[in-house]
Structure formats: structure tokens, C-alpha cells
Write a new protein. Structure first.
Length: 385
């Protein structure tokens, strides 16, 4: 499924001129025509969002991916703070990290052995992460074309219908996702969904990889992170939760106070050292937010980079957040402007329900039934100080 046939759409002289003018006027360093194509009979394009303060973001409707995101430092200098690629082809025929900037579904994070039982029926979904299913399987929502409508300079609406049985998941699912770049310097991701015909499991999330120095510019180990969570979900050797909600107190998982990410990790771990780091090569865990699941977004985490003064506050309606510290990047793959994406040079903060919830009765449910509405809001609020 990795190779998808691309048929490039014709781009006329007027479109080419318009693209060049837009590029000169804005911050984007990619060309729109490099994202214009047809995949599975549906048009793909690149969309630009801008707010009144100069923040700018480019998005492709292939996987709902954030390609670029420019925010200012304390001096007002803008940098692109998300990892990504300069052409559509590199997302379609990816070499290395698949999920850069993407929308994740149907099920974000992992499902043990790719199996779960719902209404007495056992379902098998693709296993693509050792013995387990990760981020929707071999062709999740990150690898499909979403129908896109740009409402205005600040808002993009994306829609996708996942048919009953797609990637093994039951139920015909209709998803509407809105990306908005507000004048409060917020990137608001709103997921709404309903299943039409039978119950399913659903755990949507957003998967931008951030580096507040700028994408491809050094480590994130010097970023200071705060997560408003007293517990986390420990994982086994295949990164599946054990079912325990463990206290962060006295462990390297304690980010209740702002802490430098690299303060408690190193490259190699022995049997005598922190078992969770051996399993994940560092941070790749779900934190149980103290606020729980809420009707309105509440603050979940803050990350701050002292050198530039850039920071992000994360708000969500979800009960959990996955912090991934870029452990599996190795510097052999390059992204935009040919910059190497190195080990621990990016982080993801994915608001979500807990991993493997379909197989963990004590976790908050991820079952969605006909007649119910799924509503998940994630806000990344950018600041500089």
C-alpha cells in the first residue's frame, strides 16, 4: 500500500504565476504545484492559512498534513517549527517517518495484536508495528485524500468517509475536521464524527512533529516540558499498556513542574535502569491528564524553548496526551531544505484516548455507536517570551 499511483494535474501559466506571487508574499518555502496531483481519483492540493499576526501554515489534504507552520521568536523572527517534506511524492512514497504532520485514524496509537471484540464480534485490523496495529494500520487516515474546502484565510474544513470494513474496522464513519489558525495565535483542530450503521472504535489525533528552534535545527532535549498529569500508562516491551495507571511521582515521567526534556534520558539503558525508557528508547508514552475528559478544551501541557523564547500551550477535551520525543529518528533521512531529521530533534504532543483502550475495560471507552457524536478539540496555542 506504500506506493500510490500519482497522476499529476495540469497546471496552467496563470496558476503558476499566482503560486509564485503567493510564495513571494508569504513565508512558505514550498511550491503549491508540487502538491497538486490526483490520488485514487481525488484531487490533492496545498492550502495556506494565515492569521492577522503573521502566523502562517500550509496544509495538504493528503492525510490532512501540516506541511509548514511559521511562528515568531521573542524578537519577532519567524521560523518553520514542524517537520515535513517539500513535495507530495515524499509523503506518498515515504522513506522513514510516515506520520509527519498527519491526521491519525481510525485509531490513534496502538491496538494489541491488531484485535478487539465489539458487540460479540472479534475484529482483526492490520498489524504494522511489530505484533500490533499502529495509527490505523497500513493505510490509515494519514494516507487518504480528504475533501477540502477553504472557508477563509484562517479556516480549512476537511471531510472523509471511511466505509464499513476499511482497514478491518466496522461501521461507515463520516469525519469532519476543521483546521483554524486564529488571531489568538491558536492552531485549533476540531474532529467531529458519526458512525452510520454499526458500532466502531475511534481515536483520532493530530501528529505534527515540533522543534521550537525550527525544523531540523538541533535537539528538543533543551525544551522545557510541563504535563498536567499525575499518572501515566506504563507499557510492555511492544509498547502496549499494561493496564496500570502509574504514579509519576519519583519517576522520570514526572513533568508536573516544567522540566528540561533531556534532563533524565540518555542514549542507552541497561537492565538496572528505568524499564520504560528501555521499552521506548526514551519518551513515547500516554499521560493520564488530571482534568480527565471535558466538554470544553482545558490545558494539558506546555512546552518552551528558552533560546528562541518560543512556546506552545496544548489544550484539549481528551483524557490523555501522548508525548513522543523523536527517539526513532536517526538522522539518515532529510526533510525540507535537505535538513537531516536527527535523533531526539522533534517532539509530538498528541491529544487522545489511551492506547489499546478497546482491550482495556478500565480505560475510558473509545466505542462510538450509531446516533452518538464524536467531538475532540485540540488547540496548540503559540507564544513567545
Amino acid at each position: 500500500m506504500k506506493k500510490i499511483f500519482l497522476m499529476l494535474m495540469a497546471v496552467g501559466m496563470l496558476a503558476s504565476c499566482a503560486t509564485k506571487d503567493a510564495k513571494q508574499e508569504g513565508l512558505s518555502q514550498v511550491n503549491r504545484e508540487d502538491f497538486q496531483a490526483e490520488i485514487d481519483g481525488k484531487p490533492v492540493d496545498l492550502y495556506t492559512l494565515k492569521n492577522a499576526n503573521g502566523l502562517e501554515m500550509t496544509v495538504t489534504n493528503f492525510g490532512g498534513r501540516v506541511v509548514e507552520l511559521f511562528t515568531p521568536d521573542r524578537e519577532g523572527n519567524f521560523a518553520d517549527i514542524v517537520l515535513g517534506h517539500e513535495t507530495l511524492d515524499k509523503y506518498v512514497n515515504y522513506d522513514g517517518e510516515r506520520f509527519l504532520g498527519a491526521t491519525i485514524g481510525r485509531y490513534g496509537n496502538r491496538i494489541k495484536d491488531g484485535k478487539f471484540t465489539l458487540d460479540g464480534v472479534e475484529y482483526q485490523v492490520p498489524t504494522n508495528d511489530g505484533p500490533n496495529s499502529l495509527h490505523g494500520g497500513t493505510k490509515g487516515f494519514d494516507m487518504v485524500v480528504w475533501d477540502a474546502e477553504q472557508v477563509d484565510d484562517e479556516k480549512l474544513v476537511l471531510k472523509y468517509t471511511s466505509v464499513d470494513g476499511e482497514m478491518g474496522y466496522p461501521g461507515t464513519l463520516e469525519v469532519t475536521m476543521t483546521y483554524e489558525l486564529t488571531d489568538d495565535n491558536e492552531f485549533v483542530v476540531t474532529h467531529d464524527a458519526k458512525v452510520l450503521d454499526k458500532a466502531t472504535v475511534l481515536n483520532l489525533t493530530h501528529h505534527s512533529f515540533f522543534n521550537l528552534h525550527g525544523a531540523g535545527e538541533g535537539t528538543i532535549n533543551d525544551h522545557e516540558l510541563q504535563i498536567f498529569a499525575s499518572k501515566y500508562t506504563p507499557v510492555d516491551a511492544t509498547l502496549i499498556p499494561t493496564g496500570e495507571l502509574a504514579d509519576v511521582e519519583g519517576t522520570p515521567m514526572d513533568f508536573r513542574e516544567a522540566t528540561e526534556i533531556g534532563a533524565r534520558i540518555k542514549d542507552d539503558y541497561t537492565q538496572e535502569e528505568f524499564e520504560q525508557f528501555r521499552n521506548c528508547r526514551g519518551y513515547d508514552h500516554n499521560w493520564v491528564l488530571d482534568k480527565g475528559q471535558t466538554a470544553e478544551p482545558e490545558r494539558a501541557a506546555v512546552v518552551f524553548e528558552p533560546q528562541s523564547g518560543r512556546g506552545i500551550e496544548v489544550y484539549t477535551t481528551e483524557p490523555g496526551i501522548q508525548f513522543y520525543g523523536g527517539n526513532f529518528f536517526d538522522g539518515t533521512k532529510a526533510g525540507k531544505q535537505g535538513k537531516a531529521y536527527n535523533h531526539r530533534a522533534s517532539l509530538a504532543l498528541e491529544t487522545q484516548h489511551y492506547p489499546d483502550s478497546p482491550n482495556q475495560p478500565s480505560f475510558p471507552t473509545t466505542v462510538l455507536k450509531p446516533g452518538e457524536n464524536y467531538h475532540h478539540v485540540c488547540i496548540y496555542k503559540f507564544f513567545a517570551k
